[in-house]
Design a protein around this ligand. Structure first.
Ligand code: NAG
Ligand code: NAG
Ligand code: NAG
Ligand code: NAG
Length: 447
């Protein structure tokens, strides 16, 4: 029971709390130990939990422990934790007094294997005076995730956070999703000097608040920025915001309401370092402005694009699924393409010759289009399917739209067209013969 209590204490932010009672269960496949403060019963699975690498505390209110925020973990507890291979702590469905956080972070800074802390569906309670007197040691946790959390606005919190500066400046990975965040105060962004990955998807960021959040000196090392599903409406604003982030390689703007044209009035340039650009579900109809020049992955899926002409010499993956394209866009300026998806468009045939000229092409996804199964298109597609073994979901997703008698049948099964094709070829051949004989006759006459 003594061990069991120490174990629960681990989950209570490492403080040796006399009140800690609860129940734990082990999920072997995930090496996950889930403990709850709500159900107090026998700890049958407790010993199995010693194998876990992820520990989750689910459900309850930690307010009762707020008074213990300055208790430091005993060396005995730290010894136990070193034996347990804890890599990740998850706190789910909890009410957490913020006063416990610095202690929790300091606890996590002890030389453990712990590298990730996650709060899911938690409510943080701000307490009036939070003067943590502990000695800040560098943070070893590299990843901090908050998902669906509720807390007071960050706006006037700079002082609260200064006590955490020593920990936050070494953090590499921060996720703060679906938590109704409208902005990050400039001063807080400037604390994250080592941050590589920032995901603030599913919040309420707008054009103005994004500019102020990414003020000069904020997030200087950022490589990945996800702004998926916010309230952004201007490419200019985003471009001016991320322009100075000269290490940025991945930008996700998907599911924002941008204007239909990817265009710009200003002379803003996107970071040259940008390799992955996600503009999926942004309401795009056309792209008329130059894209970042060194892109390797471009996602334009789920838009209303009907025409496209790209020139991106380094592009490897192009996603155009679910648009309004009537033809595959020109591929001649995309020499390094490896993956192309044009499924769920209005395409009537595939340009087999230019597709076969793409030397690096590995996957072509082109199902659910409006294929014209009259000659010679069917032959072209069947040909392509045989040469390009990586035509994704062939033959099931490839059905005919025209002519009406083969509507909804598989392109693969429209073999009658072979006959039509050969007839067409014959006709074609006779015309050629006729013309050349005419030419011959004329020549004879002229001589
Ligand atoms: C979130 O937590 C509250 C209590 O804190 C709980 O009532 C609710 O069911 C949780 N929601 C989800 C989606 O888990
Ligand atoms: C950061 O965390 C997210 C989700 O927790 C993960 O998908 C991503 O790979 C991590 N990135 C880095 C650079 O550690
Ligand atoms: C782009 O974002 C969407 C979500 O909006 C996601 O489903 C898709 O996988 C992302 N594309 C890439 C290439 O990461
Ligand atoms: C289908 O292709 C044939 C042969 O090229 C052409 O005559 C016909 O107009 C096309 N039908 C449609 C609806 O595009």
């Amino acid at each position: 029971m003594c061990r069991a209590r120490a174990f629960m204490s681990l989950l209570l932010l490492g403080l040796k709390l006399p009140q800690a009672k609860g129940n734990c269960g082990f999920v072997e496949s995930e090496k996950l130990c889930v403990c709850s403060l709500l159900e107090v019963s026998e700890m049958q699975k407790f010993f199995e939990c010693l194998q876990a690498t992820t520990y989750e505390l689910r459900g309850g209110n930690l307010e009762q422990f707020a008074a213990f925020y300055e208790i430091t973990p005993s060396s005995y507890l730290i010894d136990i934790l070193q034996v347990l291979q804890v890599r990740k702590l998850i706190f789910t469905d909890l009410i957490v007094p913020e006063v416990l956080l610095p202690g929790a972070l300091e606890f996590a800074s002890h030389p453990l294997l712990l590298s990730e802390i996650e709060f899911v569906n938690c409510t943080f309670l701000r307490t009036a005076s939070q003067h943590y007197t502990g000695r800040p040691t560098p943070l070893r946790v590299s990843s901090l995730r908050f998902h669906r959390v509720t807390a007071d606005s960050l706006a006037d919190r700079c002082n609260d956070l200064t006590s955490l500066t020593r920990w936050l400046e070494t953090l590499e990975n921060l996720t703060l999703t679906e938590s109704q965040v409208t902005s990050i105060p400039c001063k807080i962004g400037q604390v994250f000097t080592g941050l590589l990955f920032l995901d603030v998807s599913g919040n309420y960021f707008q054009d103005e608040s994004i500019k102020s959040s990414f003020c000069q000196g904020a997030f200087p090392e950022l490589h990945v920025l996800k702004l998926h599903h916010n309230r952004l409406t201007s490419y200019d604003a985003v471009c001016e915001t991320v322009g100075p982030l000269n290490m940025l390689t991945h930008l996700d703007l998907s599911q924002n309401d941008f204007p239909p044209g990817f265009s710009s009035s200003s002379q803003c340039t996107w970071p040259q370092s940008l390799h992955v650009f996600n503009l999926s579900s942004t309401g795009l109809e056309h792209v008329e402005w130059s894209l970042p020049p060194n892109l390797e992955t471009l996602d334009l899926s789920a838009n209303s694009i009907f025409t496209l002409d790209l020139s991106l010499p380094t592009l490897k993956k192009l996603y155009l699924s679910n648009n309004r394209l009537q033809a595959v866009p020109s591929l001649k300026n995309l020499p390094r393409l490896e993956v192309l998806s044009v499924d769920q468009n209005h395409i009537s045939h595939l340009p087999s010759r230019s597709l076969l000229q793409l030397k690096h092409l590995q996957i072509l996804k082109a199902g659910h289009n409006l294929y014209n199964c009259s000659c010679p298109y069917t032959r072209e597609l069947q040909d392509l399917a045989s040469k390009l073994s990586l035509l994704a979901n062939w033959p099931h997703d490839y059905t005919c739209q025209y002519p009406s008698h083969s509507q909804d049948s598989l392109v693969k099964d429209t073999s009658s067209s072979m006959l039509q094709c050969s007839q067409a070829l014959v006709t074609h051949a006779s015309v050629v013969i006729l013309l050349s004989s005419l030419h011959l006759v004329l020549c004879l006459f002229l001589v």
